[in-house]
Design a protein around this ligand. Sequence first.
Ligand code: PGA
Length: 259
Amino acid sequence: MKIYAAKDYNDLSRKAANIISAQILLKPNAVLGLATGSTPVGAYKQLIKWHEQGDLDFSRILSVNLDEYKGLSGEHDQSYRYFMNHNLFDHVNIHKENTNVPGGLSEDPEAECRRYDQVIKDLGGIDLQLLGIGGNGHIGFNEPCEVFEKGTHVVTLTEETRQSNARFFQSIDEVPTHALTMGIGSIMGAKKILLLASGAGKAQAVYDSCFGPVTPHVPASVLQLHSDVVVIADQDALALVKEKAGLFVESWEGMIYDN
Ligand code: PGA
């Protein structure tokens, strides 16, 4: 695991966009595992800018998103399909038919989960998986629990996650109670993983995930077992790493940890 300290959110977004862009340049038909939430928005904006400048071509890129709320259609403005269209896909030359998000409205969610795992398999796996992290250490919607779930599955969202996402809805009652999420096995199957964390609310999760025990109670801690993970975190998200991890670094900017 490599950890990069970003100066601030803009720096984090540029660093992340650089890594995603390198992946696209190195493999123009790469399978990108994409994430929603506020954290990756800055990176997506940067990618759009580079695309507009003629530097990035998405025409052969394939994508699979991590998760979707159960019960929301792709037209709902809080669905993750809508988010991806609005924040990235509508602004670059990716072919929408090459983009995948779990179907939130499927009448048989279990079958939809199996279909989604098959989609990932048929694509040959994920080249680069982008991740945010929940304040409770969740990745995708893999919430803290007793066992790591391997494949795509339906989850009951924790109260903490619903509260945290309520800011995007009119009220907490409108936040869906369930979601479909890629499993830990699919995420760990990605060749490369890029996790982004911004803000003090992520400090505990970042510290526990990078330096705590590997446990499904902190889902992101499983990333310690992956051979190619890059974490980019801003200064606030690194607060506990600075305080407790005992890292002796010259500066809290750039790469601070490589293990
Ligand atoms: P955020 O969400 O980027 O909006 O903080 C991250 C997550 O919950 O995975």
